[in-house]
Every structure is written in C-alpha cells, then in structure tokens.
Design a protein around this ligand. Structure first.
Ligand code: ATP
Ligand code: MG
Ligand code: MG
Ligand code: MG
Length: 474
C-alpha cells in the first residue's frame, strides 16, 4: 500500500523524534515580530530566535513541518513540476548541538532505510559546496555514496548578508530520462541544474560561519544545522506522481474544480491542466493564509492574496467557470489537511466568506477586463506588434483590477509582452496624485474596508485606489 501524505509527514517527525528531537507545531504563515519577511518562507524562518541566541530552546534538537509561502515562485506554478506558492517544509534543526557528521547520515537513513522511506539509493544524488571537503568526505566515506553521485556546486552556500551563514548540501532524486526537459548534453542537465529530471528534495544547511559587517567570515562558536525538505515533492516521488499535483495533497482539489468546470477533465489538455494546477495551488495558499489572519488588500500580504485569488478566478474562467467557485474549494483543502491542520475546518466559514467576497468583487470587472485585453491583443496582432503599452496595462489594473503580472502572463500566452517601464511610469504618476490627496493609513483602511464588505453586502467601487505600494511588493 502506498504511503499517504499524512503518513509521510508523520514519519519524518517520528524519525527525528527517535533521534532526540522535540516536535514543534507549524507556526503561523504571518511572521511575528519579523519585519524583514512578508511571509514565513521556510522552516528556519520561525526558529530564528533560537539561532540568534535571543531564546534558548528547551531541547537544542527540533523538528517541524512548517507552512511556507514563496511569492517568488508564483509564475512557476503550473509550469514547473516542482514549484508551489504554498508548501510544507519538513525540517530538522540543531541549535549548537549536532553537526554535519550526524545530519548527513540521518538524512540518508530517513530516505533510504527499509524501515523508513526505502527510496532507491541509485536514484539519489547530492551536491556540496566545492570547498566543503568535510561534507564531501561524509557523503563518500560515511554514507558510502560513489563519486559520480556527488556534485560540487558553487551556489551551495547559504548567505543572507550579515549573520549566520555556511555551505549547504542538497539531495536530488533522479526522476529518470523520461522526465527530462533538456537535452542530454545541455549544460543544465545535472543535479542542481535547471531541469525536471533531477528533482531537488532536501537542503541541509551547515551554519558554521558568522558573516561580519566588514565582510569577513569567522567560525561560529556554536555550529547549527538547518534543513528543509518540501513535503509535496517528497510525496510526489513516493506516490510516483509526475508533478506535485498528481498526489493525494492536490487531486481532490483538482477533481472538485473539474466538477465545477464546463465539462473539463484533468489530464486531457495541457492548457487546462495548467489552469487546474494554478487553481489547486492558489486555493491552498489563500485558504491557509486567510486562516492565519491575512486578508486581501491593496498592499503587502493582502496584495499577494488579491493577486492569487484573481489569478485563480481568471484560470477558472479559462475552464469555463463563470460563478464563484474558489471559496467552494476551502472545505476540500480543509478535509485533505485536517489531520495536521484542523484549524482550516474550524475556521472554514470565515475563510470562505473572505474568499467569496473577494471573488465576487473581481468577477464584476472580470468579463469587461478580459474583453478589453482581447481587443488590445487583436489590435496589436493586426498591426504586427507584440507589446501592450504601459497605459493599457495600467487601465486594466486601475479600472478592471487586473494585477499587471496577470496581464503579462495572459499576454505571454499570446506571444506578447507588457511594457513594464511604461506601466511603472503610470503607477508613479498615480502615486503622485494619490500622495497629495491622501494622508490616512491606507493599510488599515483597506483591511477595515474589507471586513465591512464582509459584514455588509459588497458594493463595487472601482479600483482607483488599487495602486500605491504594489510596485515594490514582488
Ligand atoms: P528550487 O531550486 O527547486 O526552486 P530552492 O533551492 O529554492 O528550490 P530551498 O530554499 O533550498 O529551495 O528550500 C528547501 C526545500 O523546500 C527544497 O529543497 C524543496 O524541497 C522545497 N521547496 C522550495 N521551494 C519550493 C516551492 N516553491 N514549492 C515546493 N517546494 C519548495
Ligand atoms: Mg527556489
Ligand atoms: Mg535550488
Ligand atoms: Mg535549495
């Protein structure tokens, strides 16, 4: 019998528990006391307090499954097999306790031991930082990996400027020749390259230096381990799925979407499949983010949610869905995740209300926006042009609520682009106009406005205020 995602998550936590780790529950996606982050984007992000010494953990060995959001991967969703905007990062951490000689063999044991995941060692490859001869030695001498499964990669150094830093070692699973999207002799055809054959599953960071303000790297008195493995990628490997999506974490969402669509089925048509994947991914992201207290708005986190909801709604339209549907996927997400995240079903009514209100609001301008966009594209085609002007993209944004990235993506599917500099110039002009006209705190204003929308009946007022801080978000 195939392992379920829930079993795999639990096995990871149990494995590290058996190695003396304390299991920490996932923290909220909304960072607490960390103005440097828009979203929690990794397991270590919520444990910084232990690594910088401001809090001493009861047990220096910690393991968790952490909800994470990465907005830099939005455009990869549906296009690569491996990227999601919301995913769970499985991690084990050593706060000044064990180091490389434990972390590496443990990762190997969990992946390959018949008692644990029993993956075929012949399919696993690792990368190390070229100067990290110690990691290479452990992979080779202790684990017993042959040289042709160990690659030296210059990028394998984790550095965020000042603070803890160090080399890392990543583990890749060879999905086989049939998965490859690059030629055999392509320079990217190796574990660590941009290809779909060698899937990066786990990153083990050896945080051993302190990067000083003057640029020097000095050894830390206490060396730390910080690892991260994407649950969805691991599940895809174990359930032998082509991408993250053909797994028990996503298929029920895709199936529910298909039911709501105009007789579309998953796996019949490549363009439809991209839409199914985008919707399934974004449904999870907005469900969890709203469950953790974020709300759609015009800036910051709220703008990300708005952008995700609108992109999902547009993709729903591509599948022939003309009614509000995204909110109907919330219970499906909640049901899949209930064993580890019961909070979704607990908050289901509220999450659905927020999504439905946002969806309905966008739907009021969606058809008109799509019509305008199609007109613009037809016009350009007639003139043999390929670039949408900044003013047009701005109009779509300002009047019809089309995030510019969404317009650009739509244009791209037609072999066209958007004049982004022209768009930014329009935004800047709008900003200047707005600056003189407004002084209140827009963020609080828009959040309150949204809550009022939910309590009363939403009334569409246009998107003229949808502008300000957006440009610096992504
Ligand atoms: P990639 O090179 O595939 O974009 P990454 O190197 O950016 O991944 P890390 O920052 O090393 O990823 O994060 C640790 C692990 O988290 C990855 O090895 C992967 O399993 C998982 N992961 C990272 N980004 C994503 C994502 N967008 N969707 C799903 N899983 C992810
Ligand atoms: Mg990445
Ligand atoms: Mg990578
Ligand atoms: Mg990585």
């Amino acid at each position: 019998k195939q392992l379920s995602s829930g079993e795999i998550r639990q096995m990871f936590l149990d494995f590290f528990k058996s190695k003396g780790h304390a299991i920490e529950p996932s923290a909220s996606l909304v960072p607490v006391d960390d103005p440097t982050l828009l979203w929690i984007n990794s397991g270590v992000a919520t444990l910084k307090k232990y690594f910088d010494g401001s809090v001493v953990p009861e047990n220096p060995r910690i393991t968790n499954a952490q909800k994470s959001i990465r907005t830099n991967d939005i455009e990869n969703v549906g296009k690569t097999a491996r990227h999601l905007t919301f995913f769970e990062m499985l991690g084990n951490f050593s706060v000044g306790d064990y180091f490389k000689e434990q972390a590496i063999p443990w990762a190997w044991e969990f992946l390959t031991s018949p008692q644990w995941l029993a993956l075929d060692p012949a399919k696993l490859y690792v990368t190390v930082y070229p100067k990290d001869t110690e990691a290479k030695r452990i992979w080779h001498d202790v684990v017993g990996l042959s040289d042709d499964h160990i690659f030296e990669v210059e990028d394998n150094f984790w550095d965020i400027g000042e603070g803890p830093s160090g080399p890392d070692s990543e583990i890749f699973y060879d999905r086989g020749q049939s998965f490859n999207n690059v030629a055999d002799d392509d320079p990217e055809n190796y574990p660590g390259g941009e290809n779909e054959r060698y899937l990066e599953i786990w990153n083990i960071v050896f945080s051993e230096f302190n990067h000083l303000p003057d640029g020097r790297y000095v050894e830390q008195p206490h060396k730390n381990i910080d690892t991260g493995m994407g649950l969805e990628r691991l599940v895809a490997v174990i359930q032998d799925a082509k991408t993250n999506f053909e797994t028990d974490l996503f298929m029920p969402i895709i199936q529910a979407t298909a039911k709501l669509s105009d007789h579309r089925e998953y796996g019949k048509n490549a363009a439809d499949d991209v839409s199914f994947k985008i919707i399934a991914d974004h449904a999870r992201t907005v469900t969890f983010a709203i469950g953790d207290g974020a709300l759609p708005s015009n800036e910051g986190r709220g703008y990300v949610l708005r952008r995700l909801i609108r992109r999902a709604v547009l993709n729903g339209k591509k599948l022939g869905i003309e009614q509000d549907f995204l909110y109907q996927l919330v219970p499906v997400v909640g049901d899949i995740m209930k064993s580890y995240y019961p909070e979704i079903l607990d908050n289901q009514a509220f999450i659905q209300k927020v999504i439905r209100s946002e969806e309905a609001r966008f739907r009021e301008t969606l058809d008109a926006g799509v019509n305008l966009l199609n007109q613009i594209i037809d016009g350009l085609k007639a003139e043999n042009k390929t670039q949408i002007a900044g003013e047009e993209a701005f109009k779509l944004f300002d009047t019809f609520g089309f995030p510019v990235e969404m317009t650009a993506e739509y244009a791209e599917d037609e072999g066209m682009s958007v004049d982004m500099d022209g768009f930014k110039a329009q935004m800047e002009a709008q900003r200047q106009r707005a600056r003189s006209a407004r002084s209140d705190d827009q963020s609080m204003g828009s959040q309150n406005e949204l809550l009022m929308d939910i309590k009363t009946e939403s009334k569409f007022v246009g998107y003229t205020e949808l502008s300000d801080k957006h440009a610096k978000l992504m």
